[in-house]
Write a protein of this length. Structure first.
Lengths: 601, 316
């Protein structure tokens, strides 16, 4: 049982690994074979049964017909006998006359009549035709037909076939069937018993059977009530024990169909009694006769089923390939897609469902291409933004001005201030570069902003004040670099410069829920709502050569959005003559988290 | 569709289909046309076909039962010796007969000829074989003894046995058995040879019977018995005739009391069984069948006994 289960599982796993075409082909083929075999078997069984019934019915009809013919034969004999008896013998007074003329007339009428004779009780011949001379050594009274006629006086007696041997018939030995019946002879009014003998040629019986059974399956024979053979196609062989027949048993069968086994052979037997003689017509069809026909039918059924199966297999292969080939082509397209070939032409063809699938995959691929293009664009933009930010940072004007300031300090022997300036500048650039990293801590970004303000304070001759409200815990959170400095730069140029020494910058940095906010507030002139709205619009980056670093608010906003998503970025609040607050909105991502993410990516 | 026919499985299927068609078609043809026996011929001895009616009927019955083509019975006619038979057999072989059923006129002289042709032609001997080869025939030893018994029953004391056609194994065997049986009893047995008296048997026998004082004559073949019968018809003194005979003339004579007793060989069975043996030798059909056929010894009184008349009298 376990082994069977294992085999079953192995088979199932094997099938599961096979292709759709194989599955479709095998399934359809097995179903087709099953159906064809079942149908073929049913048809064969039906046909053979029907054929067998037909053969048996035909046989029954044949037996009935033969029985009628044999009955007719015996009736003829009886008619002759009755005619002779009632029309001639009964009316004749044998004292005065004889009936040889009538006998001869009657004899002439019937071809198959061999002889008619009438005998007295003591065996003397009263009249006979065609030959009246009796053989010397023949004792009429000891003949079986004579004895039976006297025993059964009510009915005529039919003998078995025998060679007529009572007449002196030179060189003629005829097989006959004798009808004998007791008759009443009249001798001058004195009645005397006699026997009327009518011999009919046996060939009449033989012809009935040979003519009617020449083309039929099996054979037909005739027996009397005790089973003695009257006619059999193999009579001679039976008499010499070269052939056996179940005639004794057959004589006991009632009329109708029977199945018997004789000498190991199964046979179908049909029996019909002939009139009042007690004879039986027996038809025998060995089952092997059916087998030959059934064998041919079986062969034909096998051929048709086989051919149908072959055609179905071919059709299945065709249909399954029609179904499976588009799927295969689609699968190949998907495989190529897996390998990364996004520019391939996805197969769209085959049945409607496969076309739909192909179109869907094609659409997905196109979407993927679009998304990947977007990502590439974003990456490119990001790279450009950073590049620009970096490049801007190394803006010669800022550098020149700062260096000028440093030179002026050195010339003025304000070495301490110069050292401080140089240090601040170095630190500024160090953080700007940050060894090529884009993500730094907020603490570093704030320091970067502080160095920038330190430098600018010197340049602006401390014409503004800076207040910082930094939540120390946010310093370890991450940000993209160069986001605060552009805001400060903006504030300096647009707000502090016009203030003439009363400018105030406030830098706030705090965490709120999961977000980080860094605000740069100035008390400058402020902006209109419309100006505020246009500040972050547009795709172009600020043109180089303008005042300051040239990075611009837009650049910062875009970079933040590129990195963190569109929910983050810059928010500007401004009121005319009050001031402007630019707020940087970042997600609260700790530095180590970001670094780990990058490593994973 | 093109792709379909590029696959090996498609071609394998098509070829398998063709093979099936061929096999099935052949099978159907074979079953629809039962095997027929190759052409064979029948060659008997003597000069009269009527003599062989029962044998012929047996051959035809067998051919009809098994679906074989019915051959003609060939008789040497005027050349009623073994040379005539050899010529007939040779003619039949040249006409395409692959087998020949032969009742041998001369067993000894035909044996070398049969040895020569046996590698290309199937030979079935019936009623009269050659050498030690099996033949479809009765037990001639039993026949000879039975004939002797019947002859002795009538009380004959002076028995003349005709030695004729001793070239036939049948006559030789039955003759030996007959003589042995007769010599066991207290009778005078005379043997007279009719060798070299072909065609003159009647006259020779008549002369013999006129001269000898035998009361019983026994002939061991049909032709000799017929000659003895004819001779007896012209004799003045009565003589009991016994012998081996199958012809209508012999039967009629028995019926009339001209012959007292005969051994009747069932030639119908001989014809039937010879065809079965031919089928066996040609490799068409193998059936178990007896090789020994029946004979009856009947007297006039027994002729019309049911069991005898069924064998002796043909159904025509």
């Amino acid at each position: 049982m376990k082994r069977l289960k294992r085999l079953f599982n192995t088979g199932r796993n094997y099938i599961h690994r096979k292709s759709i075409q194989f599955m479709i082909s095998i399934s359809f083929t097995l179903v087709a074979i099953g159906c064809m075999v079942t149908m073929g078997s049913l048809l064969y069984t039906q046909s053979t049964n029907s054929l067998k019934n037909t053969i048996m019915q035909e046989n029954q009809q044949l037996v009935n017909q033969i029985s009628l013919n044999v009955y007719s034969y015996t009736q003829n004999m009886k008619r002759i006998s009755n005619t002779m008896y009632y029309s001639v013998i009964k009316k004749a007074d044998l004292e005065k006359t004889n009936f040889n003329k009538e006998l001869a007339l009657l004899y002439e009428v019937k071809d198959s009549l061999v002889s008619i004779a009438c005998f007295r009780e003591n065996g003397d011949v009263v009249g006979a035709t065609p030959i009246s001379a009796i053989k010397e050594d023949v004792e009429i009274t000891k003949q079986e037909w004579f004895i039976k006629a006297n025993d059964i006086i009510e009915n005529p007696h039919f003998s078995l076939p025998h060679v007529q041997n009572i007449f002196e018939d030179a060189n003629r030995y005829r097989w006959v069937i004798s009808l004998s019946q007791m008759v009443e002879l009249n001798y001058g009014g004195i009645p005397e018993r006699g026997v009327l003998l009518v011999d009919m040629g046996y060939s009449g019986i033989e012809q009935i059977f040979t003519q009617m059974t020449s083309d039929n399956a099996g054979y037909i024979y005739l027996v009397d009530s005790s089973g003695e053979l009257i006619y059999h196609p193999h009579q001679k062989l039976i008499y010499s024990d070269l052939y056996s027949e179940n005639n004794k048993q057959a004589a006991k069968y009632p009329d109708g169909k029977h199945e018997e086994t004789f000498e190991g052979i199964k046979r179908q037997v049909v029996v019909k009694t002939v009139g009042y003689t007690g004879w039986k017509v027996v038809s025998v069809i060995p089952n092997s006769e059916f087998s030959v026909t059934f064998g041919q039918m079986r062969t034909l059924a096998f051929f048709i089923v086989g051919l149908a199966i072959v055609l179905l297999v071919v059709a299945n292969s065709f249909v399954s390939s029609r179904v499976a080939n588009p799927i295969k082509k689609l699968e190949e397209s998907v495989k190529d897609l897996e390998k990364g070939q996004l520019d391939l032409d996805i197969y769209v063809g085959g049945p409607y469902e496969i076309q739909r699938l192909g179109n869907t995959i094609k659409s997905v691929v196109e979407q993927m291409r679009g998304l990947m293009d977007d990502i590439l664009k974003e990456q490119e933009q990001k790279r450009k933004s950073e590049f620009n930010a970096l490049q801007a940072q190394i803006n010669p004007h800022f550098l020149y001005n700062t260096l000028d300031s440093i030179v002026w300090m050195v010339e003025s022997e304000k070495n301490t201030e110069a050292i401080s300036m140089v240090t601040a500048l170095a630190n500024l650039f160090r953080i700007s570069l940050s060894k090529g990293q884009n993500i730094i801590t907020i603490g570093m970004e704030l320091r970067h902003a502080a160095y920038y303000l330190q430098i600018q304070k010197v340049r602006y001759k401390n014409s503004f004040t800076v207040h910082e409200e930094i939540d120390p815990q946010i310093e370890e959170y991450s940000t993209i670099k160069l986001v605060i400095q552009p805001l400060l730069e903006n504030a300096l140029y647009h707000a502090m410069e016009p203030m003439s020494g009363e400018g105030e910058l406030v830098i706030r940095a705090y965490k709120e829920n999961e977000d980080i906010y860094i605000e740069v507030t100035d008390n400058g002139l402020g902006m209109t709502r419309e100006k505020v709205d246009t500040l972050l619009q547009g795709d172009e980056l600020p043109v180089e050569g303008k005042k300051g670093s040239g990075i611009g608010l837009r650049n910062v906003d875009q970079r933040i959005k590129l990195y963190y998503g569109s929910t983050y970025g810059l928010e500007i609040e401004s009121e005319l003559d009050v001031g402007t607050t630019v707020r940087i909105h970042l997600p609260a991502l700790k530095m180590d988290e970001v670094l780990q993410k990058e490593v994973t990516v | 569709m093109k792709q379909l026919f590029k696959r090996p499985v498609t071609w394998v299927t098509v070829i398998a289909c063709m093979v099936i068609l061929l096999v099935v078609g052949r099978q159907m043809f074979w079953e629809g046309n039962p095997q027929t026996l190759p052409s064979f011929s029948v060659v008997v001895y003597g000069s009269s076909t009527q003599r062989w009616n029962a044998f012929d009927q047996g051959v035809r019955q067998a051919c009809s039962d098994f679906g074989y083509a019915k051959p003609m019975i060939n008789i040497p006619g005027m050349k009623a010796d073994y040379k005539g038979q050899m010529q007939l057999i040779e003619r039949e072989i040249n006409n395409g007969a692959q087998g020949v059923i032969v009742t041998c006129e001369d067993s000894e002289n035909l044996q070398p000829y049969f040895d020569k042709i046996s590698n290309k032609t199937a030979v079935v001997t019936v009623l009269n074989g050659v050498g030690d080869q099996s033949s479809i025939e009765p037990n001639y030893v039993d026949l000879g003894r039975e004939l002797g018994e019947r002859a002795l029953e009538t009380g004959g004391k002076n028995i003349l046995v005709i030695d004729h056609h001793m070239g036939r194994n049948s006559v030789k065997k039955s003759f030996a058995a007959l003589i042995e049986r007769l010599e066991e009893s207290d009778v005078d047995v005379t043997i007279h040879s009719l060798t070299d008296m072909e065609g003159l048997e009647t006259r020779a026998l008549y002369s013999l019977l006129e001269k000898t004082a035998c009361d019983t004559l026994i002939a061991l073949d049909n032709e000799t018995l017929e000659a003895a019968l004819t001779a007896k018809e012209n004799l003045s003194s009565p003589i009991n005739l016994y012998g081996v005979g199958n012809s209508e003339k012999i039967i009629h004579a028995l019926d009339k009391g001209m012959i007292q007793g005969i051994c009747f060989i069932n030639e119908y069975d001989a014809g039937y069984l010879s065809v079965l043996q031919m089928a066996e030798k040609l490799g068409i059909r193998t059936l178990s069948f007896p090789r020994e056929i029946q004979f009856l010894c009947v007297t006039q009184e027994e002729l019309y006994h049911q069991e005898n008349e069924r064998i002796i009298f043909p159904f025509y």
